[in-house]
Design a protein around this ligand. Structure first.
Ligand SMILES: [Fe+2]
Length: 455
């Protein structure tokens, strides 16, 4: 309820005009006082014969003193004050609605372009903090395999720092089962929180519901006692619904992306099968490349085109004759020229598929050398795409350490030595360093149970 002061009200221009008219037509004198009896206005010769209250919704905000003829004046002031309160309430409601709409518009704008579930959860937490009084928020998704609610994002520290909870635990479990949002304004009086372990006074929980399927919940709470209202719950539920739809889309996108990578990988493996001695070369080149990319702190976009290019780097070999590709003895110059063409063939194959185009540079340039002596274009230094410079190190290292029918693979130490020797000529020194610093190294040492080699 909006508080109103009679002192301020009678000073407002439109009220002052009405008062003047009333005073002129009134045949009696009067004194107007505030609720504490302090005079606000008086006409000449006024006497306190009677006292008539000015009230709004039962609350006295002032008095009109005089004979019984001034009673209508008190009624009129009450009516004007009530109208003013209504006007202000309406303005307040409009402002709240405006804020709510702006908030929802903001969140729709942000999450609709987001295809990452955790990022969506983070955005929703951010918006909830802006709109609702809270000290903690947690977003849980139901893991269908473990049947547990998994925490995917949270803010605040009072509760829910556990990564996963049983699907029937507490308020989250209750909302997950019913699919209906709930408010608990007195946590300590609710039997579901008798142990008081949440450390919060008030809670709200809303389901993440997409296409009538509850996929998780969002729970928020305040350490200080607050009374969450039906309006708060409505806003929170809408926020949760928007998040659920966005998360559903993100999930579908993830599935699509995974299917795409599986198809690409299968394609690369099929080609690899032509040369049975390479066994899992593609897989290892992808692992080494990813590890280097991670160490270098590549952006998500560069990481994704790096992985794609690593898988597809030798796809152009499909265009090289078996008699050349599988030849075990030394290659003639003409045969080597044939092999070299696989870089350009690779470019030609993937250029026709829009989803693979981001991998073109990595595929075409993976045999370029840092000093400009590689092929097909003799690019040098940073003219060579970063993905290609990474794949060059990963590819060469794997080729060096793999046994072939006509030669024994190098030991790890010898292969490291080769990388170091050609760092700056064949390879980008920064990439060689990143490879040595990557977590792949730990795996090598663990697998070989050797003492750590000084790199
Ligand atoms: Fe190659």
């Amino acid at each position: 309820m909006v508080q109103i002061s009679l002192a301020k009200l009678i000073k407002k221009r439109e009220f002052a005009q009405i008062l003047d008219l009333m005073v002129d037509s009134l045949e009696s004198s009067m004194i107007i006082e505030d609720d504490e009896g302090k005079p606000l206005m008086a006409t000449v010769g006024a006497e306190r014969l009677g006292r008539y209250p000015v009230s709004v919704a039962g609350d006295v905000i002032g008095w009109v003193n005089g004979d019984e003829k001034v009673a209508p004046m008190a009624a009129l002031l009450s009516f004007l004050a009530e109208s003013e309160v209504e006007k202000r309430n309406l303005a307040g409601e409009t402002l709240n609605k405006y804020k709510e709409i702006t908030l929802l518009y903001d969140i729709v704008e942000k999450v609709s372009s987001c295809l990452d579930t955790k990022e969506i959860a983070r955005l929703v937490i951010e918006e909830a903090q802006r709109a609702i009084r809270l000290s903690s928020v947690s977003v849980f998704l139901l893991n269908r395999d473990t049947d547990e609610l998994e925490l995917i994002a949270h803010h605040g520290h009072e509760f829910d720092t556990m990564r996963a909870v049983s699907r029937s635990t507490g308020l989250a479990g209750s909302v997950l089962a019913s699919g209906r949002a709930e408010i608990v304004n007195d946590v300590h009086a609710d039997p579901r929180f008798v142990d008081g372990s949440t450390g919060l006074s008030s809670l709200m929980c809303a389901p993440l519901k997409a296409k009538d399927r509850v996929v998780g919940v969002i729970k928020l709470g305040s350490g200080q006692p607050v009374t969450y209202t039906a309006e708060d719950l409505k806003l929170f539920t809408t926020l949760a619904s928007l998040a659920a739809v966005a998360m559903e889309n993100a999930g579908l996108y993830e599935q699509l992306k995974e299917a795409f990578y599986t198809t690409v990988y299968t394609l690369a493996e099929t080609i690899e099968k032509r040369d049975p001695y390479t066994g899992n070369h593609t897989k290892r080149v992808m692992e080494y490349s990813s590890a280097i990319g991670k160490t270098l702190g590549l952006t998500e976009e560069d990481m994704s085109r790096l992985k794609l290019a690593a898988v597809l780097h030798d796809i152009g070999k499909i265009g090289v004759r078996d008699s050349v590709l599988l030849k075990e003895s030394s290659l003639t110059d003409e045969e080597f020229e044939q092999i070299k063409k696989h870089a350009v063939y690779g470019e030609e194959i993937i250029a026709g598929i829009s989803q693979l185009r981001s991998a073109i540079s990595g595929v075409k340039q993976h045999h370029e050398k840092y000093d400009g002596r590689g092929y097909p274009d003799g690019l040098r230094g940073e003219e060579i795409d970063i993905t290609a410079r990474i794949i060059a190190v990963a590819d060469s290292f794997d080729a060096m350490t793999t046994n072939r029918p006509y030669r024994q693979g190098l030991s790890l130490e010898a292969a490291f030595e080769e990388l170091r020797k050609y760092s700056g000529s064949q390879f980008d020194p920064g990439i060689v360093e990143a490879f040595f610093a990557s977590d792949v190294m730990e795996a090598f040492f663990a697998a070989n149970s050797r003492k750590k080699i000084i790199l």
